[in-house]
Design a protein around this ligand. Structure first.
Ligand code: NI
Length: 228
């Protein structure tokens, strides 16, 4: 098993459509193990193969108190309702935005042994499934940003996950300068310095960032879910 480098926005692989997995062989099983190890290192809830530079329809999930799992060829079969939630993404480290998501999702996938899985999900699990399956289609969470919304620079505070029944995670607003100055805030095993620099440049260029004066308006006790 090995930890893989995570691709950050605007890497073109994140805008590419991943291909169906036709056979679940040892290569696929090794890839899912590496993706799970990477996701655990990143303390994220979900990761899609595009995010490690591989265009195959595979996502991995890691929910606290559940066994990490890999879904192969996942597909959404039904979306029900809309809700507004704050969201992050491992390809946009330290940034979050307010997006629209479905209330409930029905989905199907294969497990690592080719067994069929069916999901009738809501809340956070539905949000993560929608987010990760979007990745496989080259769609990013910034495509779902509410009108006039921009990204906030944030630092995630991860609670002790051993007895975590509440999946919400405390966040703290940090200044852009701090993020820029201190690259050690990005896990070096996962993010190359050049990729982080390119992302910050692209976010700035695309006018996707909230300016500092308005990001300080975020309430101190505001909470959001983890990285998807
Ligand atoms: Ni993501």
């Amino acid at each position: 098993m090995s930890i893989l480098q995570i691709r950050t926005f605007p890497d073109p692989v994140l805008r590419s459509r991943a291909k169906q997995v036709s056979e679940i062989n040892d290569d696929i099983k090794n890839l899912t193990s590496d993706m799970i190890e990477t996701l655990i290192e990143a303390k994220g809830l979900g990761l899609a193969a595009n995010q490690v530079g591989i265009l195959k329809r595979i996502i991995v999930l890691n929910f606290p108190e559940k066994k990490p799992m890999a879904l192969i060829n996942p597909e959404i079969t039904k979306k029900i309702g809309r809700r507004t939630v704050e969201e992050g993404c491992l390809s946009f480290p330290n940034h979050t935005g307010v997006v629209e998501r479905s209330l409930k999702i029905k989905a199907k996938a294969l497990d690592e042994h080719g067994g069929r899985l069916y999901f009738d999900s809501e809340d956070l699990f539905a949000q993560v499934l929608e987010h990760e399956i979007d990745h496989l289609n080259g769609i990013l969470f910034i495509d779902h940003l509410k009108k006039h919304e921009k990204l906030h620079a944030r630092k995630f505070e991860y609670p002790d996950q051993t007895h975590q029944h509440d999946l919400k995670i405390q966040v703290e607003v940090v200044k852009d300068e701090e993020l820029n100055e201190n690259h050690s805030k990005y896990n070096e095993k996962l993010y190359s310095e050049i990729r982080v620099e390119k992302m910050l440049e692209a976010l700035e260029k695309g006018n996707l960032l909230v300016d500092l004066s308005s990001s300080t308006n975020v309430k101190e006790d505001e909470k959001l879910v983890g990285n998807l």
